[in-house]
Design a protein around this ligand. Structure first.
Ligand code: ME8
Length: 515
């Protein structure tokens, strides 16, 4: 495999101060869909997620729980790891910033920055927000709070500083030369104007608490939690051993997916740290939008904090994944409501896709002896559209436009449903069996193609559907779309619904796929 056919994608590493919720699930599911897509498209993929475990915020949560920070971090990190199983996340690694491999990388990068004259010891006097784990200048405060609304406290202490002010011009030149390095475009403009407004040197150590990685050579300081955290993207591929094949294959990362709240850390500080250490910056950072719940910001105190396991228990894993990626343009903000989830589940999944598969497979079972029918030239327009899907999907996925990718797939689902109605194979069963077979072949072949391209989004349902079409596991990649059409005469298993309708338990417990 050539070096070009590789893809390194990451999620943020989540703070272990609190349990996982819908927002964390969102970024992780999106990264998973992209990782699966690229694997199916023949790329060698490294997909990384994990937890961010140091800093004052985590130390404070551990203190209120009455246990040590390490014990607390172990407990909550496990919940994030469980979230990956819960949502069928296909991450290749899960990094924790309390692991020795990470500490080694942080120490090495620190020393490298020091060696290159990028770090000096100074005095910080300013505002710090523990919730944001961020420093703020006096001029940035709004009504005595951080611009994010978080409480701030006055901090005056000896700190190490990174010479960020040196890097403004080089960052601007990098973004000028690499317009794709930040998405969406509107966010790129924000970052560029922030850099143009002038960068101050950045405090990169803290004193006064110990829950962190000690600064090499001066253990009175711990490394600032954001410098510590960002380095996870390097530690997971073996930094500081830059000669190892993992590192040389996967760095620079192809995509850091983040929420818009942490874009500045990823698109200003991170590339500056990297360039200062002589490493190339990531190829692209994409900042997605923010979910509210039933119109409100998600928070424990409002009681609308949605744990992913509850959603999965009620609606199913695939439905949650589908909803998150289909409902909002990736990049925009949006609102989560149960009504919207049920509408997508019963509409797009059960009525449109599930019912299409069920109708066609049941007809094949009844009229073709449960075997793949003979092709005969019917349904060419439908098949042509199904064939055109992959190039369109590649375009959309390159721009992280998951909703457009799903819209394109469902457009073909809609056409296939209209084709069933128009071609009426059940009537042909009595008048023209050869044509009936040909119509059903075109439909089954379209469903095969749909099932293959929908795998990154709803992996479980796609797997079941491909099983019902007797598509061998080795024939499920995108290369198989053209290489392995359905073979007439192949015996098919008994069809069963793939997307049961959601019915409120209080009303009835009936489930089925009928329109
Ligand atoms: O920021 N809507 O961790 P974090 C959409 N440890 N996405 C949301 C969301 C919401 N309401 N709430 C959270 C940190 N997210 C650092 C990251 S990376 C080197 C260090 C998602 O636990 C979104 O991806 O606060 C956001 O950026 C991330 O969770 C913040 O997670």
């Amino acid at each position: 495999m050539t070096a070009e056919r590789r893809f390194y994608i990451t999620t943020p590493i989540y703070y272990v101060n609190d349990m996982p919720h819908l927002g964390h699930a969102y970024t992780t599911v999106a990264a998973d869909a992209l990782a699966r897509f690229m694997r199916l498209d023949g790329y060698r993929v490294k997909f990384l997620t994990g937890t961010d475990e140091h800093g004052q915020k985590v130390a404070a949560s551990a203190r209120s729980a009455g246990i040590s920070p390490q014990e607390f971090a172990d407990r909550v990190s496990l919940s994030f790891r469980e979230m990956t199983g819960l949502l069928a996340i296909s991450n290749d690694d899960f990094i924790r910033t309390t692991e020795p491999r990470h500490r080694r990388a942080v120490e090495a990068l620190w020393r490298e920055l020091e060696r290159r004259g990028e770090i000096y010891l100074g005095r910080f006097a300013g505002w710090y927000s523990v919730r944001d784990e961020a420093f703020y200048g006096e001029d940035e405060l709004q009504d005595g709070k951080a611009p994010t609304g978080a409480e701030v406290e006055w901090v005056e202490e000896e700190n190490y500083f990174f010479r960020l002010s040196r890097w403004g011009e080089r960052l601007l030149a990098y973004y000028e030369a690499n317009p794709e390095a930040i998405g969406p475009k509107s966010r790129k403009n924000e970052v560029v104007s922030f850099i143009k407004s002038g960068l101050n040197d950045l405090s990169i150590s803290r004193t006064g608490f110990s829950w962190g990685i000690p600064v090499p050579g001066n253990p009175r300081h711990v490394v600032y939690v954001w410098l510590d955290a960002l380095i996870n993207y390097l530690s997971a591929i073996g930094y500081p051993d830059v000669e190892n094949p993992e590192f040389s294959t996967y760095w620079p990362a192809d995509l850091h997916l983040v929420g818009k709240d942490i874009l500045r850390f990823h698109a200003v500080y991170w590339p500056a740290f990297l360039m200062a250490a002589g490493l190339p910056p990531p190829r692209r950072v994409f900042a997605h939008g923010w979910w509210t719940v039933e119109g409100e910001k998600m928070s424990k105190s409002l009681g609308n904090f949605i744990p992913p396991e509850r959603l999965v228990a009620i609606y199913g894993r695939d439905a949650v994944r589908y909803f998150l990626l289909r409902e909002l343009p990736f990049g925009s903000d949006g609102d989560f409501s149960r009504r919207a989830v049920v509408a997508r589940l019963n509409g797009d999944l059960a009525n449109d896709f599930g019912n299409l598969a069920q109708r066609v497979l049941v007809m094949i079972g009844r009229n073709c002896g449960g075997r793949v029918p003979e092709p005969g030239g019917e349904g060419e327009a439908l098949l042509a559209n199904a064939r055109g899907l992959l190039p369109a999907l590649r375009e959309h996925m390159r721009e992280e436009a998951f909703h457009l990718a799903l819209e394109a797939i469902w457009r073909v689902v809609g056409e296939a449903n209209r084709y069933v109605d128009a071609a009426a194979p059940w009537a042909l069963a009595r008048t023209d069996r050869r044509r009936m077979e040909s119509v059903l072949y075109a439909l089954a072949e379209t469903i095969r193609r749909l099932a293959i391209v929908v795998q990154p989004f709803v992996p479980e349902a796609a797997e079941r559907l491909l099983g019902q079409l007797a598509v061998a596991p080795a024939a499920r990649s995108f290369a198989a779309l053209e290489e392995s059409p359905l073979i007439p005469g192949t015996a098919l298993p008994e069809p069963e619904g793939i997307f049961p309708r959601f019915v409120e338990k209080t009303l009835s417990c009936e489930a089925g796929g009928a329109r």
